[in-house]
Design a protein around this ligand. Structure first.
Ligand SMILES: Nc1nc2c(ncn2[C@@H]2O[C@H](COP(=O)(O)OP(=O)(O)OP(=O)(O)O)[C@@H](O)[C@H]2O)c(=O)[nH]1
Ligand SMILES: [Zn+2]
Length: 311
């Protein structure tokens, strides 16, 4: 733990935290609680985080298990989102937010049969950040083999790394475990695709909550807490906003069209063309909701995603 105390600065990896206080892992496995120094500290609170989970940083020890981050090394890869819908409107400006750095692999989980537009959107995001990609088509237990193969044929042709999985039945889980071994990994993809279920299948001891819908706008997913946890032999990044990242890259009805066709079908009736169906007046979606014509649970899922990442 105090192996570097009184020593020269060392390079470690940020495994937890955000803002001005982070936890850094050193090469020997020790954990260091670190504050940011100087220019880095002054950047905290801007739209972009100067230091995120996965960053390799130079730490100067100041006490046993305590240090100061003096420098962030250049990022090899990253997952970045634009500012989410709501806050962009509030501030009237666009920003980018790096959610994780130096990922060795970004696993996109989609439910079978997958929609190509959804896969493409995530792949674009992953490649833009320079991350290696793996697509998991999950829930293959629910769809017949031919339908799945037909849907994934273009990706096989394009040699996109692909796994067919079932968190329920166990298909592909051993392959997935091998793929994430020794790597820093993020699981992304639409809500309900089975990310938590797959992680539980990889390591039942995780016991992540599955299929749990929070009350709109509240709950663990809206905090700024960021961390990593061991899954099998890999290290999985969990940062608020990361799971929903692809959704937030799109605007209003566009994103709803991909993930919530019920809502997209109603959006044409809203007064504002860029209505997000969260707070705007004369919203056709909310009118239908109040009239009992739109499933409340569908709206709740939509709302949570549309608002996640707001601070
Ligand atoms: N039949 C079947 N159901 C699955 C499978 N994987 C997950 N599910 C179910 O799909 C639902 C959503 O699973 P989650 O693991 O919570 O999905 P998620 O992607 O983590 O969702 P968010 O936390 O909202 O991002 C749950 O009811 C799971 O039981 C699968 O392989 N087969
Ligand atoms: Zn609306």
């Amino acid at each position: 733990m105090d192996s570097h105390y009184n020593l020269e600065p060392f390079v470690g990896m940020v495994i937890r935290g955000s803002g001005a206080l982070v936890t850094v892992h050193d090469a020997a496995g020790g954990e260091w609680r670190c504050v940011l120094r100087g220019r880095l500290r002054r950047m905290v609170g801007n739209a972009t985080s100067p230091v995120v989970v996965g960053d390799r940083v130079e730490v100067r020890p100041v006490g046993p298990g305590e240090g100061a981050v003096e420098k962030v090394l250049p990022r090899r890869s990253h997952l970045t989102r634009r500012q989410p819908l709501g806050s962009r409107r509030d501030t009237g400006q666009r920003g980018e937010q790096v959610l994780a750095a130096n990922l060795d692999l970004a696993v996109t989980v989609v439910a079978a049969p997958p929609r190509p537009t959804v896969i493409d959107r995530y792949l674009a995001l992953v490649r833009a950040g320079g991350c290696a990609a793996l697509v998991c088509v999950n829930k293959v237990d629910l769809v017949d083999r031919d339908t799945v193969e037909h849907a994934v044929a273009p990706y096989r042709l394009a040699e996109v790394p692909l796994l067919l999985t079932s968190a329920l039945r166990g298909d592909g889980v051993d392959d997935l475990r091998r793929q994430i071994g020794g790597k820093l990994v993020a699981f992304i993809g639409p809500s309900g695709a089975g990310k938590s279920s797959l992680l539980n299948a990889l390591d039942p001891a995780l016991n992540l909550r599955v299929g749990a819908l929070n009350v709109a706008g509240k709950g663990a997913h809206t905090t700024t807490w960021a961390a990593t946890y061991r899954v099998a032999d890999g290290l999985v990044v969990d940062t608020p906003g990361l799971r929903e990242i692809g959704f937030l890259e799109n605007e209003g009805a566009d994103a709803a069209g991909d993930l919530f066709p019920e809502i997209a079908a109603l959006a044409g009736g809203c007064h504002f063309r860029d209505c997000t169906h969260t707070h705007e007046p004369r919203c056709a979606v909310k009118a239908m909701l109040e009239a009992g014509e739109l499933d409340e649970e569908v709206y709740r899922r939509y709302y949570r995603l549309a608002r996640s990442g707001r601070h």
